[in-house]
Design a protein around this ligand. Sequence first.
Ligand code: SAM
Length: 247
Amino acid sequence: MRVDVLTLFPEMFDGVFGTSILGKAQTKGLVSLNAVNFRNYATNKHNTVDDTPYGGGGGMVLKPDPIFAAVEDVLEKRNEETTTVPTKAPRIILMCPQGETFTQKKAEELVQEDHLIFICGHYEGYDERIREFLVTDELSIGDYVLTGGELPAMVAIDSVVRLIPGVLGNETSAVTDSFSTGLLEYPHYTRPPEFRGMKVPDVLLSGHHLNIDAWRREQSLIRTLERRPDMLEAAELTDKERIWLDK
Ligand code: SAM
């Protein structure tokens, strides 16, 4: 997979792209992560990428021309770098608080793609033509407003890249994660078996895998019921589990 992020602050991505699981994923050749400064595509002599809004009012608006030019250049570079003709069009994703709320389901959808391009805003907003004629998706990471799209893009990229097969080692698995199963994950314990009088549940020390699986499933159900009952409606549950939860 290839991921390009258009931003005015590419240096913000240095640590995230080069460290830990994302850094290793790149070293293994499983993903290529690139931060592109769209100021380099400004065509005026002061390299400005924003302007005052038509109709007046406060705040600055990101101009369409540098962002369209940056996306076109990224596509050209991708075509030059790949030997095979790309079969899929890229997903061009605008980070904005007005977009669809980002979820694990969306991450599972995006990981099927070959090429993602994220656009990070700053200032007041984007020229509407970017939204209407360039992007394929608009994503929000929640109902609050940040100063820029960089942190939201990092959140989305991290959660997509960790789903690429081979990115997570045996020590971490996405399969049992909260949301992947439609439920919240069960509690975890590690050594020592007793710490300051606090004990690990006996079943986890029993070595009986069927009982451990049953306990984990039950704990997932209880945890989801307590913390996120809204998720249970869409979760895949057996009839027995539904009756048990209804009690
Ligand atoms: N005036 C805009 C509005 O009311 O929708 C908010 C602009 S915000 C100050 C600047 C940039 O931060 C946005 O263009 C977007 O890229 C990013 N941003 C802020 N909050 C976000 C969120 N919850 N999810 C995704 N991106 C966000």
